[in-house]
Design a protein around this ligand. Structure first.
Ligand code: AGP
Length: 609
């Protein structure tokens, strides 16, 4: 997820774009850049790694002249956050500038063709291929050149383009990711969201799927990819800037919960081959290395630890490898038995968690192969690991992790299936079938998100509860832990997660009349046993809140409240059961008047041991 701004009008383009980027910096902040077209037809580009302030230090003193500009603040997915990977990217002649949000899934194939035709690639990004393709296809009509290139791109993207020959137009295009037009008087704007331009205009228009927009001073023209002009309704933005950054939500967490379907698509994007199998060069492991793995150790903290626990079930099932999941803060102090035959997977959204980083360092000292699964390109943990699998969930601002966790779980499945594919413990058809199930998940998550009104109502009812228990079996157990952690960290309610089979070995003593017990009862071979557990706690007065699969009425007679989720393979159910618990905990916190994004005593990245 990145921040994109485009402008054409009569104001200094750089000022307008920098102002927009400041407001979009929450969408990505590992590098930033601007391209400004002077009235003399000179396209000047400045870009810097790091926060936007690094770029501003360079350009504010010597403003780039011109009233047409594009800009970008980046959340890296391909290529480390460096000056050379920062956007805008240009063609060989420096006459086309492009900024991009998303993932071009067929960029390697496009790069190969461009290099064969003599183009010189100057970055590791997928974006740059667009600049070179435009260089080849521009013949005076910039919008048509963009339409032509978009027809050859696979994946999700928003593109905004400027050409030195065209001081009158900025062109934008979108597929799957957001692009909005700001409609002004004698000036027009493009932005990743309305935050980019509501300082100048509150009249806006959405660019729809596979549409291309020509932005001129005197108006805008929107077409489909085949050039057919389309009309579209404008709307008035009545959000203030703060609400706009949160997409109209009261808190970033609520927005990030809604972003999960798109985040999962980004995690999967570009990793499936034409033949429907997996393609994970980023593991940097030869097939022989992968076949030589004798054990897997997953190290992580907090919610990332819970993702790792789900990974254990999947990797053991598909790869027939022993998997241990370790609290990173404990790992190195117990002198663990790891070595060359060990694949260590370090799961960390921030990639900066000190406990996990020290565990990585210990594992590497023992000659284990360390794979980082992280959301932050160029993070310390990714740099100190042997390889990195980026979840590409986009910046996660809220301290309580949501889209990062769900994309970590997806990463566990993808890595597990790849290991099984290479080790041959699952044949190609089985891998394809599991991947087909995973590709359906974003839509299923959206379906769960569309059903949350009852959960919001239930949340208001739990505000004064002193204690809530969470129960699950198999992969439901890590989600019971995650649900409890969310309620603890957001609503400050004492919450505990247990394996449902464990409740009778002591924790059941906690139950009093009315104690809320959340039961993760997604369809599973163990459902009958889980029904027994629900009966056990209900017989002792518990208020049973059951998350159950559509059509499964085995648990209904013992549920005081039912939250329904769509059906999917039982191993994948954490991707659906996690959502109601995120919403529940956020809404309890909101109902208690707490700061959902910044809970007390917590930090987004715990960089101390
Ligand atoms: C998650 O909601 C928490 N904020 C916390 O447990 C977090 O998962 C943990 O601190 C690990 O952070 P990391 O993924 O950045 O390493």
């Amino acid at each position: 997820m990145c921040g994109i701004v485009g402008y054409v009008g009569s104001k200094p383009g750089m000022d307008v774009v920098l102002e927009g980027l400041r407001r979009l910096e929450y969408r990505g902040y590992d590098s930033a850049g601007v391209a400004v077209l002077s009235d003399a037809g000179e396209l000047q580009v400045e870009r810097r790694a790091g926060k936007l302030a690094n770029l501003e230090k360079v350009v504010v003193g010597t403003p780039l002249p011109g009233t047409l500009a594009i800009g970008h603040t980046r959340w890296a997915t391909h290529g480390a956050p460096t000056d050379r990977n920062a956007h805008p990217h240009v063609d060989c002649a420096g006459r086309v500038a492009v900024v991009h949000n998303g993932t071009i899934e067929n960029f390697e194939e496009l790069v190969a063709g461009l290099e064969q035709r003599g183009h010189e690639r100057r970055s590791e990004t997928d974006t740059e291929v667009v600049a070179h393709l435009l260089e080849e296809r521009y013949d005076g009509d910039l919008a048509e050149a963009v339409r032509s290139v978009c027809r050859d791109l696979e994946g999700s993207f928003v593109l905004v383009v400027a050409h030195a020959d065209r001081p009158d137009v900025v062109v934008g295009a979108r597929r799957n990711l957001p692009l909005v037009i700001g409609l002004g008087e004698g000036e027009n704007f493009l932005g990743s969201d309305v935050t980019a331009f509501i300082g100048h205009t509150r009249e806006a228009r959405i660019v729809d799927q596979d549409q291309v927009v020509e932005l001129r001073r005197d108006g805008v023209t929107v077409t489909t990819l085949d050039g057919t002009v389309v009309d579209g309704a404008s709307f008035h933005v009545d959000w203030d800037t703060d609400a706009a950054e949160k997409g109209g939500h009261e808190f970033f967490m609520l927005k990030e919960i809604q972003e999960q379907p798109a985040a999962i698509r980004e995690t999967l994007g570009g990793r499936l081959q034409e033949d429907g199998l997996l393609h994970l060069d980023e593991l940097s492991m030869s097939d022989e290395d992968i076949r030589g793995i004798e054990q897997v150790v997953i190290i992580a903290c907090g919610s990332s630890y819970h993702s790792g626990l789900v990974g254990k079930y999947a990797i053991e099932r598909w790869c027939r490898l022993p998997v241990q999941v370790e609290m990173a803060s404990e790992f190195r102090y117990r002198d663990p038995v790891v070595g060359r035959n060990t694949l260590v997977i370090a799961v960390s959204q921030s990639g900066e968690t000190a406990d996990t980083l020290e565990a990585v360092r210990h594992a590497r000292s023992q000659k284990a192969w360390v794979l980082a699964v992280t959301n932050t390109v160029g993070s310390t943990i990714s740099r100190e690991s042997d390889a990195a699998f980026y979840t590409r969930g986009g910046p996660e601002v809220a301290v309580a992790s949501t889209k990062a966790v769900i994309t970590q779980i997806v990463a566990m499945y993808v890595v597990g299936l790849y290991l099984a594919q290479v080790r041959g413990t699952r044949d190609a058809d089985e891998v394809r079938a599991h991947l087909a199930d995973l590709r359906e998940i974003p839509d299923l998550v959206q379906e769960v998100l569309d059903r949350m009104d009852g959960v919001r109502e239930l949340a208001r009812d739990l505000v004064n509860e002193p204690r809530v228990l969470f129960l699950g079996r198999h992969v439901g157990y890590p989600m019971a832990l995650e649900g409890a952690l969310k309620l603890k960290e957001l609503a400050y309610i004492s919450a505990e997660g247990f394996p449902a089979g464990e409740i009778k070995h002591g924790p059941i003593a906690l139950i009093e009349k009315g104690t809320p017990v959340v039961v993760l009862a997604a369809r599973h071979a163990l459902s009958a046993k889980l029904v027994n557990n629900v009966q056990e706690v209900r017989a002792r007065g518990a208020r049973t809140i059951v998350i159950a699969t559509d059509g499964d009425d085995s648990v209904t007679p013992y549920a005081d409240e039912i939250i329904r989720i769509p059906d999917t393979k039982s191993l994948l159910t954490p991707l659906l059961t996690i959502v109601p618990m995120q919403v529940l905990s956020a809404e309890v916190a909101r109902a208690k008047g707490l700061d959902v994004d910044q809970p007390r005593n917590l930090a987004k990245s715990v960089t101390v041991e």
